[in-house]
Design a protein around this ligand. Structure first.
Ligand code: ATP
Ligand code: PRP
Length: 218
């Protein structure tokens, strides 16, 4: 079993917190990984049977679900949005805490949508539809890739569904949270088939699990 393992990490905000956790599990990228000017997407690690890929957060889940990467780290928001059958999230890494919420302008969503229609700007159309369906409401989703908070002010949608941490972004854009959909943290994810067939994947899951348990006990 000498095939190179591929470990996928997101290039966004959880990367800084992921790196020390990965290091304790024995996943340490080469120095070039930390060079901001480096445009490479694949990096060697201190293990000669493992490489890292650095991709967008949503794509971490896609690479792992399809077995193009065997494992990775991603927020549980991404896992829940895709709901890939071949993706398994065995370890809660207990960082990257935030939540997914519905928010609307202080003066109310009706000022934009009217009383009978419900339009939501979001990066999470599946989670959004599921949330409103649970209340028997059909929501029209407008997919954005960031800066959702600007949508109501421009009349694009009465509501947004987005990640909230401190609440500063909502506040500074004149929005208020109206319901909490999902609590989120970073997770270790693995491809189910790789976990079954490659003992190195199972060993790494155990290393991440042991580290998480030790941090929780501390
Ligand atoms: N404000 C926040 N506080 C804490 N965690 C957050 C916050 N925003 C996002 N996250 C977590 O970090 C993950 C990555 O977010 P971020 O948008 O920075 O990633 P990214 O790789 O730049 O994604 P993309 O390239 O698609 O914009 C999210 O999926 C979420 O789990
Ligand atoms: O509650 P807060 O602490 O203000 O954090 C919430 C913001 O953080 C995330 O955006 P990010 O900064 O990752 O930028 P993005 O809009 O490009 O995704 C999220 O999409 C919110 O906009």
């Amino acid at each position: 079993m000498n095939e190179c393992l591929t470990f996928a990490v997101p290039k966004g905000r959880i990367l800084d917190e992921a790196l020390p956790v990965m290091a304790r599990a024995g996943v340490v990228p080469e120095d070039a990984f930390h060079d901001k000017a480096n445009r490479s997407l694949t990096f060697a690690t201190t293990r000669n049977d493992m490489r890292l890929i650095r991709v967008r957060a949503f794509d971490v889940a896609t690479f792992v679900a399809h077995g193009a990467a065997q494992m990775g780290i991603v927020g549980s928001d991404v896992i829940e949005e895709f709901d890939y059958a071949d993706l398994y999230a065995p370890v809660d890494l207990d960082f990257g805490h935030c939540h997914l919420a519905v928010a609307e302008p202080v003066e109310g969503a009706e000022s934009i949508d009217g009383a009978s229609h419900l339009r939501v700007a979001t990066k999470y159309p599946n989670l959004t539809r599921r949330h409103f369906e649970r209340q028997g409401i059909q929501a029209e989703c407008v997919k954005l890739n960031g800066a959702m908070e600007i949508a109501p002010a421009l009349g694009l949608a009465g509501r947004i569904v987005d990640l909230v941490s401190t609440g500063t972004t909502l506040r500074e854009n004149g929005l208020v949270e109206t319901s909490r959909i999902l609590d989120i943290s970073a997770r270790l994810i693995v491809n189910r088939a790789a976990l079954k067939t490659d003992p190195r994947v199972a060993a790494l899951v155990e290393a991440f699990r042991a580290d998480a348990a030790q941090r929780e006990a501390a």
